[in-house]
Design a protein around this ligand. Structure first.
Ligand code: ATP
Length: 362
């Protein structure tokens, strides 16, 4: 039996409250399958850890992350705990940089019973993935922009090496979704190539890479039109790939379509490492009450076992990821055991227990 080491960052605020039940569910899934096991190792980090020790991401925790097969990270950061220069504590961003996690994967799915501001008539199927480049673009000079009394400058950087890796990752994902019957095999490059030469360069590399993936239909769209279509006709998308800042903004729009941050999972993936975490923050306003929605964390855990299964050629793990996702879908469709942010009355433990029950039936 294959055992995977999982570095676990429990996080701040509601972080540990949603991590606990997620680890239990992942254990349940692995135990049922009997073909693999997950060995979690807690890696201390975050804002509360910084307040206690003066370190937000200790080297020992970084070592655990580097040595693990995958990294599961809960919400991090607290509004009142900051570095001396006033910036927020965000070890998740430090990890992204240190481990070169260039592909930010943000799935957008709306299943029956899920709250959404969209007016759907039941016939439209919304299941697409946004891939956000996560190491360069307009975040290239993050924290180092040049600011004088009269002007401020930040640099947008697009490199051929990172863009090629990013597009290959995105084409493979479109290919994989098509093979699994989850999408038509379309990949859209989202840019602003009509205005910026850097984006014309980005798009050119995209079409160069497309030649190696004949099973996938490549297309391009401007970012402004994409924002409009995500609201007007989101069912037309399969996989989209874009620059860092555009992806940052569009992924929150995607979370909004899914009924809020409590439903939005994510992954930050590189060639050697990957971090899986919910899109939301540590929600200090509800921390300690036991009422946080655990679904984004649970769905991030499902993404983790899907990625591990794909990487290690273990189809059982990929199937288990689908089971866990289907169990969350079942609880949402039923609607009686959902948390307050989704319009229900359940607390975190009850919502997670409902997923555990549903796992038996999917
Ligand atoms: P950050 O800047 O760290 O991303 P934020 O200030 O944007 O954080 P969150 O911490 O994500 O925001 O919280 C925004 C709102 O969403 C809060 O009212 C919070 O209670 C709510 N929220 C976030 N995550 C959850 C969750 N899992 N369950 C229920 N409510 C949540």
């Amino acid at each position: 039996m294959k055992t995977f080491d999982i570095a676990v960052f429990e996080g701040d605020g509601i972080g540990p409250e949603i991590m606990g039940p997620t680890l239990d569910l992942l254990d349940q899934v692995a135990a049922t399958s009997g073909t693999y096991a997950l060995r979690p190792q807690i890696a201390p980090a975050g804002a509360a850890h910084y307040a206690k020790t003066g370190e937000s991401l200790p080297e020992a925790s970084m070592d655990i992350a580097r040595g693990a097969d995958a990294i599961l990270l809960s919400a991090m950061g607290l509004p009142d705990v900051r570095y001396d220069d006033g910036t927020e504590i965000s070890p998740q961003i430090d990890l992204r940089k240190a481990l070169d996690l260039f592909a930010g994967v943000r799935p957008v799915r709306i299943t029956p019973g899920q709250r959404t501001p969209l007016k759907l008539d039941g016939g439209q199927h919304i299941d697409f993935v946004l891939i956000r480049e996560s190491t360069e673009g307009l975040f290239f000079t993050q924290g180092q922009g040049a600011v004088t009394e009269c002007d401020a400058t930040e640099t947008l950087r697009i490199t051929r090496a990172t863009s090629e890796k990013l597009f290959r990752f995105a084409f493979r994902m479109a290919e994989k979704r098509k093979a699994a019957g989850h999408g038509p095999g379309h990949l859209t490059c989202v840019d602003k190539a009509n205005v910026f030469r850097a984006f014309a360069f980005f798009r050119e590399i995209f079409y160069d890479e497309a030649r190696s993936f004949p099973e996938v239909t490549p297309a391009h769209a401007y970012v402004d039109a994409t924002a409009l279509w995500m609201v007007e006709k989101p069912w037309v998308f399969d996989v989209m790939v874009t620059e860092n800042m555009f992806g940052d903004i569009l992924s929150d729009l995607g979370a909004g379509l899914m009924g809020g941050l409590g439903m939005a999972p994510s992954a930050d993936i590189g060639e050697d490492h990957a971090v899986f975490q919910p899109c939301h923050g540590s929600a200090p306003d509800i921390a300690g009450l036991g009422v946080a929605n655990p679904f984004a964390m649970i769905l991030s855990g499902a993404m983790m076992i899907d990625w591990l299964g794909d990487r290690h050629d273990l189809p059982q793990m990929v199937a288990d990821a689908e089971r866990l996702q289907a169990a969350v879908d079942t609880v949402l469709a039923d609607g009686t055991t959902i948390t307050r942010d989704l319009g229900g009355q359940a607390n975190t433990a009850q919502a997670a227990a409902a997923v555990a029950d549903a796992l038996g039936d999917v």
